[in-house]
Design a protein around this ligand. Structure first.
Ligand code: ATP
Length: 521
């Protein structure tokens, strides 16, 4: 192979001329990808560029219309995920596929055909192998720990262990850091480097350019289904990668300008909220957000942020406390009542609350307003008005889709998110509640959404922004509340806040305490 970018080794994986068409779109258009043994190969591309489709082809979930796959130089046909796994290809999904009530060992052994009948017989041996594999890659894990009790960072390690246990040689990680803290990300990178050093090949999909530059040996960029460039991290930078991905220059930092906060719009007092298991998740939160202000909540995922916003927008009944909107008590109001009071909500989990995936995109764009004018008169709907506005939103928010009539499920993850944002932003608002608004979005879309949020702020909307991306909270917020174990432990000025100080508050709540080990062998 011609090679100017690194040591010459036969690729462990080669995808040649892969083309995959869906009705109205060419998701992959003659893609070539080569991944060498021991290489961490990043796959970059804007939302809908075709990354997931390419990996689905590799995993046997989608059949390519053209092209071939070679493993160690030999052409193979991959008939489905179990065939892919048998050939040493494994996926670590972003939405973890683990069963929370089962132990680490049970999860790892689950679905492993070679063990199916011997699961009880080989338990001791399995435990030994799990501990040994963990140690080899730099972490110790208790095979008896319940997966539900582990942090997301450790759950991800269980996913990786599961792949290693099945002798995976090629690992695909689809946005593995989206739900991790910076420290957990560093730890996972340590694991990936060891994997590569032992000869595993890794395909790393991410929208975070600085991470790609840090971890990848090589980077392939795709745009609209085609490879548009290959780069070595040493010969590129964030601006170059962003421009290559999006096809234009992208402003990577937010220009938030001056804010002019006015009267209090949202007033939360003594709020207590329980999680799905009935445990206290929010333990007495007081906060105020003014018109024309962005109040950001920084915190490690799982410290009560989701329950807090769900109680504010009416999706969860508070156990105690009150929520007031522009002076009116709205505690316990339904989501529809909140919506009619000009409150918009972009949820963290767009599949649970944001979209009805089996409905057409156009219907999803009016999910919170289909029953009102101009989309309905009395009980009579006006499909033409729905269609017309859908076309406008698709254009304005650059939602990549062949049409407004396709089901929402066929959109790429990032484009589903843009659809939710388009629907929620498209009217005058008193309060805008955003939970992880840019998760999974490419740099161009993040830039666009940030501009829209600032425009809403400048139009006098009160904005409550929850994000696990500390940089996003720091760049966007006028004031920042740090949430830890269900409480807001500090409120700081967003323009002068120090990243390390906020990070420390997120990790400890401001108290000196020894770090808690996630699991021990
Ligand atoms: P993201 O970063 O947003 O996850 P992606 O690069 O992974 O994006 P894909 O999910 O591969 O993008 O989508 C590529 C294109 O293929 C999109 O236009 C999408 O709408 C289309 N597509 C993907 N799966 C299907 C399907 N099952 N049916 C129809 N169209 C599909």
């Amino acid at each position: 192979m011609t090679d100017e970018t690194g040591p010459s080794l036969a690729p462990a994986l080669e995808m040649r001329g892969i083309t995959k068409r869906y009705p109205g779109v060419v998701a992959n258009d003659g893609i070539n990808l080569q991944v060498r043994p021991g290489e961490i190969h990043a796959l970059l591309g804007e939302n809908g560029a075709g990354k997931t489709t390419l990996m689905n082809v590799l995993y046997g979930l989608a059949t390519p219309d053209e092209g071939e796959i070679l493993l160690d130089g030999k052409v193979v046909t991959i008939s489905g995920p179990s065939d892919a796994i048998a050939r040493g290809i494994n996926m670590v999904h972003q939405h973890f596929m683990l069963v929370p009530v089962l132990t680490v060992a049970e999860n790892i052994l689950l679905g492993d055909e070679t063990m199916a009948n011997r699961i009880f017989l080989d338990r001791r041996e399995a435990h030994r192998r799990i501990i040994e594999l963990g140690r080899r890659f730099g972490f110790e894990i208790d095979p008896e720990a319940k997966v539900g009790s582990l942090s997301v960072g450790w759950q991800q390690r269980v996913e990786i262990l599961k792949a290693l246990y099945r002798n995976a040689r090629i690992l695909v990680l689809d946005e593995p850091t989206a739900v991790l803290t910076p420290q957990e990300t560093d730890e996972i990178f340590g694991v990936l480097r060891r994997l590569a050093a032992e000869g595993h090949s890794i395909v790393f999909i991410s929208h975070k350019l600085y991470e790609v530059l840090e971890i990848a040996d090589r980077i392939t960029v795709i745009r609209r289904g085609r490879v548009v460039g290959e780069r070595l991290p040493s010969a590129t930078d964030e601006d170059d990668l962003a421009a290559l991905m999006v096809g234009r220059e992208v402003q990577l930092t937010v220009d938030r300008g001056e804010s002019h906060p006015a009267g209090v719009v949202l007033e939360v007092a003594g709020l207590e909220v329980r999680d799905d298991r009935g445990q206290p998740a929010v333990r007495g939160v007081d906060l105020e957000v003014r018109a024309g202000e962005i109040f950001g909540i920084a915190g490690v995922a799982g410290n009560g942020q989701d329950e807090l916003v769900e109680a504010i927008v009416g999706l969860r009944k508070p156990a105690a406390g009150s929520v007031r909107l522009a002076g009116k008590d709205v505690t316990g109001h339904s989501p529809r009542m909140m919506n009619e009071d000009a409150v918009a909500y972009v949820p963290a989990d767009r599949h649970r609350f944001g979209l009805i995936l089996s409905f057409p995109l156009a219907d999803n764009l009016v999910l919170t307003s289909y029953y009102r004018s101009p989309y309905a008169r009395g009980i009579v709907r006006d499909p033409r008005a729905i269609q017309r506005d859908a076309v406008t939103s698709i254009e304005r928010y650059d939602i990549r889709t062949p049409s407004a009539t396709v089901r929402a499920s066929t959109l790429s993850g990032g484009n589903q998110q843009k659809a939710v944002v388009a629907r929620e932003f498209d009217r005058d608002l008193k309060l805008l509640v955003l939970d992880q608004p840019t998760r999974g979005l490419d740099v161009g879309s993040i830039e666009f959404i940030h501009h829209q949020v600032i425009a809403k702020r400048d139009a006098g909307t009160a904005v409550l922004l929850v994000s696990a991306e500390l940089d996003e909270v720091l760049e966007m917020s006028d004031r920042i509340g740090v949430m830890f174990e269900g409480r807001i432990v500090a409120v700081v000025d967003g323009r002068t806040a120090d990243k390390n100080a906020v990070g420390l508050l997120m990790a400890t709540g401001g108290e000196e305490r020894p770090p808690v080990p996630a699991a021990t062998a």
